[in-house]
Structure formats: structure tokens, C-alpha cells
Write a protein that binds this ligand. Structure first.
Ligand code: NAD
Length: 488
């Protein structure tokens, strides 16, 4: 596809057929709002329910398919995503606004996720072994413990990583023999549609995978409420996650939530300051700060506080903000008008509550009409709202800490618990931090954002609920355990 030339028409994919809906919506390019990226069908509750019924009917067939068949399907999807990473990355950069290199890398990683789970279908997928065989405590009895698919899973995803987050839900769901109803975020229908189109040609039985696009309130809620949906995996804001959890709990559906973050990067006096600044820039500002793992709190030991802030300010001045497809750009636009307004409101809040402005935080004009802003940096106090609440944009706060102990205490003084990083050359502090940061993931001398696809991902406290995603641990959510007794 040539930039700006063609827009996509995206339909629902239900029971193996592409369907229109009574209403439609459009997605626009956040780098150039005059460009429509996709027109898409907006499902209503009735279509969501049809998708759920199709998944229910497909489940007996797909859940008893051979591990080889599942592995082949997932491998085909992964291979196509990787082969088309440039073209699909372009679509992602146009629709979501991350820079082209970031978008191409995300697309390739989504492919790798499918390939990893192709292997999992053979190694440890439900029905593919990986269970336990034990001697019974009773003479003459044998016991085994096996894993089975959960059933119909509803997968609800946000807009900020529209290929890889769906991949890390859809791939393990299918690998373990579940049938899927996938609801992407409304900002990114073209990415959801492109992924569904690849999956539709991969060899699944009709109904094993369904795409329904529409509002969270209507289509998402239909998945949450349906007694036929056995498990729900939700990634999005903490407030919506809590709604999903409460509604699902009343009907005992299995739930997995990946929600907000307020991740800290601690910089100790003995750190390599250039590396620390690199980690801060990448973690706090790349992808326009629109990552759940973004380092929005930079907790810096007093002895290097001023030097770190000066170096970071210097780096922020050099960052290029512009059209996501422009070569050499560091940061693209934020996702939409509403996000830009919210970020600028946070800048106002920071000023009103007395945080010291260091750099940025202004709306920018470029040659195309887009949602551009300069990366913002403030010196804050731990009580300031900008240091406590998730912003999900290119705004970070620096907090001063007297020593390591205070830095760790500040790091853990948050309702969130997704990821925490430390820059230090002290093995003692690095090891202590890894053990005592109350989060799901830790980083030493690395940015808080940027993870591997073959190991668990997720958080604690307000950042997550239920079993982790990705890697072998994904089986905990996408399978259920059965214990079998037999008289030998
Ligand atoms: P959001 O909560 O607005 O929407 C997420 C999804 O939920 C969308 O598909 C939306 O349509 C749907 N939804 C909304 N209301 C619903 C309801 N009542 N029932 C069912 N579905 C509903 O979040 P967003 O703005 O798309 O994404 C940004 C948020 O996602 C941030 O808070 C960010 O931290 C979080 N996030 C978390 C992770 C993680 O792994 N922890 C990863 C990426 C993003």
C-alpha cells in the first residue's frame, strides 16, 4: 500500500464469513488527520452474540484438533506476519502513529509470538502432553493430571500495540485449543482487520476465530456478559479492567487483566549516566510514551540528580518529533485529539501543583495536521498527581531520592506494579532491587519498556490480575487442569 493512497475497508469476521454491520466508523492517521486509514463495520450486540455462538459451536472440533494441526496454523500466521512486516508495519504506523521502525519491529514480534506458540502447541499444549503421571496413594490406582482448553475466550485489546498485544492473546488461545472472539480497540480497526485476514487463511475451522469490531460499551460488554464466554483476557485501562473483572466474577468467568502502569526507573549515583539517560529517553518517550511499561517516574539519587537532569534535558532538545513515516523521526504523534488534549491538561496540572518545568509539553505544528507534542519533563514531588497517576503520553517526572533505600521506597510507593528498572554499577543494589521492587518485571541497566516474547509479561497490584501472559506460563490462563483416576 502506498502512503495516503488507499484506505482499507474492514468487516467483521464471524463463523468463517466477512460481514458488514448496520453502522460504520473510520480511523484517521494521527500524523495527518486528513488521511482516512480505514472504514470499518461497527458491530452491535447481536453480531457479537453471533460471533460467540460461532465460537461455541467450533470449540468441540478445534479443541480436539491435533497438536500438529494447531502448530501448522500458528506457524503459517507467524510466517506471514514476518514476511509482510514492512507492509503491515506501514499500516500500523499510519493508523497508530508510532514511528515506522517501531511499527515494523512490532509486526515482526507479533509474528515471532505466533511462531513461539506454534512450538508450544507441540511441546505443552492442552492435549499435547506436558501433564503429570503419578502413583496414587491407593494401591492399584493410577493418577494423571492433564491440561484441557478452557473453551470460548473473549480477547479485548487496547490501541497502543495493535499487532503484538492481540498476538500474545490469540496465539496461546489457539495453541491450547480454545476458540476465540477478538475485539480490538476502535482506534485501530485496520490493524485488527489485517491480522484477522491472515488468520482467516491459516486453516482454522469456521468459528474457531472471530473478529468483532465496535465499542467497548456494547461489543466488549457483550463478551463480558455472555454466559457462553468461559474466559476473558483484557488489556486496557485500570478502570475498564475493574469493570470487566467485577462483571465476569458474578458469573465466574476466568479473567486475566493487564492494565495501567506508573513505572519507575531508579538512577543511582554509581550509574553510567549516559546509559541512564538513554534508558530514560527510550523508556519514557519512545512510542510517544504510550506504553504500559513507560518509565514515567525517574527516581534519581541526589548526588547525580542535577547532572542527570541536565543531560536528559540536552537529549530531549535533540529529539525529532514528526510524521511517523518520516525518516529519522524519534517520536511520532500521540494517538488522537483526545489523547493530545489529555496530555496537555497533565502539563497544566503539573504547573498548577508546583512541579518545576524542565522541558517541553507543548503542542507542535508540522507540515501535516497531526497530534504532535514535545516530550515533557518536570521535577516533581512524590505527592504530585503527575508522579502518581498514569498519563500514557510523553511526560515524565524526576523525583529526588537521598539514597538507594529512599529510591526503592519511592519506587514501591504507587498503586501500580508492572515494571521497574534500576541503573547502577552496584551488584549489591541491583540484586536487592530485583528482589524488593514490588512489580511483575524488573530491568537492570535497561529501559523499562522493551521485553522478550518467550517469557511471562505482566504486573502486580493495580497493573494486573490473574495469570501472566506470554511464554510457557500462558498455559495457566488458557488451559484448565483435569485430574484422572483409574483402577490399574
Ligand atoms: P481502554 O480501557 O479504553 O480500552 C481497552 C479495550 O477495552 C478497548 O478494546 C475498549 O473498546 C474495551 N472496553 C472499554 N470499555 C469496556 C467495557 N466496559 N467492557 C469491555 N470492554 C471495554 O484502554 P486504551 O485507551 O485502549 O489503552 C490504554 C490503556 O491500556 C492504558 O491504561 C495502558 O496502561 C493499558 N495497557 C496495558 C498494558 C499491559 O499489558 N499492562 C499494555 C498496553 C496498554
Amino acid at each position: 500500500m502506498i502512503h495516503g493512497e488507499i484506505h482499507q475497508n474492514v468487516r467483521q469476521y464471524i463463523n468463517g464469513r466477512w460481514e458488514t454491520s448496520a453502522t460504520t466508523g473510520v480511523s484517521a492517521n494521527p500524523s495527518d488527520t486528513s488521511e482516512v486509514v480505514a472504514e470499518y463495520a461497527r458491530a452491535d450486540r447481536r453480531q457479537a452474540e453471533a460471533a460467540i455462538r460461532a465460537a461455541t459451536e467450533a470449540f468441540p472440533h478445534w479443541s480436539h484438533s491435533t497438536p500438529q494441526r494447531r502448530a501448522d496454523v500458528l506457524d503459517r500466521i507467524g510466517a506471514e506476519l514476518i514476511a509482510r512486516k514492512d507492509e503491515l508495519g506501514l499500516l500500523l504506523a499510519r493508523e497508530e502513529g508510532k514511528t515506522l521502525p517501531e511499527a515494523v519491529a512490532e509486526t515482526a514480534r507479533a509474528g515471532q509470538v505466533f511462531k513461539f506458540f506454534a512450538g508450544e502447541a507441540l511441546r505443552g499444549g492442552a492435549g499435547a502432553g506436558g501433564g503429570e503421571n503419578l502413583a496414587s496413594v491407593r494401591a492399584g490406582v493410577q493418577v494423571d493430571v492433564t491440561r484441557e482448553p478452557v473453551g470460548v475466550v473473549g480477547l479485548i485489546t487496547p490501541w497502543n500495540a495493535p499487532f503484538v498485544i492481540p498476538a500474545w492473546k490469540i496465539a496461546p488461545a489457539l495453541a491450547h485449543g480454545n476458540s476465540v472472539v477478538f475485539k480490538p480497540a476502535e482506534l485501530v480497526p485496520a490493524c485488527g482487520g489485517a491480522l484477522a485476514e491472515i488468520i482467516s487463511r491459516a486453516g482454522l475451522p469456521a468459528g474457531a476465530f472471530n473478529l468483532v469490531m465496535g465499542s467497548g460499551r456494547e461489543v466488549g460488554q457483550a463478551l463480558v456478559d455472555s454466559a457462553l464466554v468461559d474466559a476473558l483476557s483484557f488489556t486496557g485501562s485500570t478502570a475498564n479492567g475493574e469493570r470487566v473483572l467485577q462483571a465476569a466474577a458474578t458469573r465466574r468467568a476466568k479473567v486475566q487483566l493487564e492494565t495501567g502502569g506508573k513505572n519507575a526507573l531508579v538512577v543511582l549515583a554509581d550509574a553510567d549516566l549516559d546509559r541512564a539517560v538513554d534508558c530514560a529517553v527510550q523508556g519514557a518517550y519512545f512510542s510517544a510514551g504510550q506504553r504500559c511499561t513507560a518509565s514515567s517516574r525517574l527516581i534519581v539519587e541526589a548526588a547525580v540528580h542535577d547532572a542527570f537532569v541536565a543531560k536528559l534535558r540536552q537529549r530531549l532538545k535533540t529529539l525529532k518529533i514528526g510524521h511517523a513515516l518520516e525518516r529519522g523521526i524519534d517520536i511520532g504523534p500521540v494517538a488522537n485529539e483526545e489523547r493530545l488534549a489529555m496530555n496537555l491538561a497533565w502539563v497544566e496540572i503539573a504547573r498548577e501543583e508546583g512541579a518545576e518545568h524542565v522541558w517541553g509539553g507543548e503542542a507542535l505544528e508540522r507540515s501535516t495536521p497531526g497530534h504532535y507534542m514535545s516530550p515533557a519533563l518536570f521535577l516533581a514531588k512524590p505527592s504530585h498527581r503527575i508522579a502518581r497517576e498514569e498519563i500514557f503520553g510523553p511526560l515524565a517526572s524526576v523525583l529526588r531520592a537521598d539514597d538507594y533505600d529512599e529510591a526503592l521506597a519511592l519506587c514501591n510507593d504507587t498503586p501500580f506494579g508492572l515494571c521497574a528498572g534500576i541503573c547502577t554499577n552496584s551488584l549489591k543494589h541491583a540484586m536487592h532491587f530485583r528482589r524488593h521492587a514490588v512489580v511483575g518485571m524488573t530491568m537492570v541497566n535497561l529501559p523499562t519498556a522493551g521485553v522478550d516474547f518467550h517469557v511471562p509479561f505482566g504486573g502486580r497490584k493495580g497493573s494486573g490480575y490473574g495469570p501472566r501472559e506470554q511464554g510457557r506460563h500462558a498455559a495457566e490462563f488458557y488451559t484448565t487442569v483435569k485430574t484422572g483416576y483409574m483402577l490399574a
